[in-house]
Design a protein around this ligand. Structure first.
Ligand SMILES: Nc1ncnc2c1ncn2[C@@H]1O[C@H](COP(=O)(O)OP(=O)(O)OP(=O)(O)O)[C@@H](O)[C@H]1O
Ligand SMILES: [Mg+2]
Length: 150
């Protein structure tokens, strides 16, 4: 249905664990094109086309991300996003929204902080007006695995 999802939560709460499981299941069941990436890699892929003699154009790269059946973007709002980073992120998410293709965003920020970081419009689009969000509000699995918590 093209509906996206925002997954927020502290370190080690299993956001990537779930994202990878979803991606695997969707690829197997629907033979869909799914990619898991992060904001830094996404930005770098676009910026690489700005080099003289680059073998693909900025439009090609954006179109490639914009046309995947499912795009999962990790590390959203990790560092203060530069205007360029924001523009690239917004352009890809908007293009996907217009094509009714789902995007999943993963972040360590709270939902409210995420809105401040990447803008309310984008979060509103991905979550379909705030409905599709998942907060990972439990202990870190890393701490559990290391025997740090009870
Ligand atoms: N439901 C689970 N059952 C078993 N192990 C889990 C579960 N969820 C997460 N883990 C394990 O806990 C560790 C941390 O999970 P993961 O990397 O998904 O966390 P994260 O929320 O993405 O953390 P970060 O915000 O630091 O990127 C991984 O080794 C993962 O395999
Ligand atoms: Mg993670």
């Amino acid at each position: 249905a093209g509906t996206g999802l925002v997954m927020t939560g502290n370190c080690g709460t299993g956001k990537n664990h779930l994202a990878v499981s979803m991606a695997k299941s969707i690829v197997r069941e629907y033979l869909a094109s799914v990619q898991i990436t992060d904001v830094m890699r996404l930005t770098r892929a676009v910026k690489n086309t700005w080099r003289h003699g680059a073998d693909s154009t900025e439009e090609d790269v954006i179109e490639r991300f914009a046309s995947l059946d499912l795009l999962i973007i990790d590390e959203v709002g990790v560092q203060f996003g530069s205007p360029t980073e924001m523009t690239i992120l917004q352009e890809i998410i908007n293009a996907r929204y217009e094509s009714v293709l789902p995007t999943i965003l993963i972040s360590n920020l709270t939902f409210e902080q995420l809105k401040e970081s990447i803008g309310e419009r984008i979060v509103d689009r991905v979550t379909d007006g705030g409905r599709n969000r998942l907060a990972f509000g439990w202990e870190s699995y890393r701490a559990i695995a290391a025997g740090i918590t009870a």
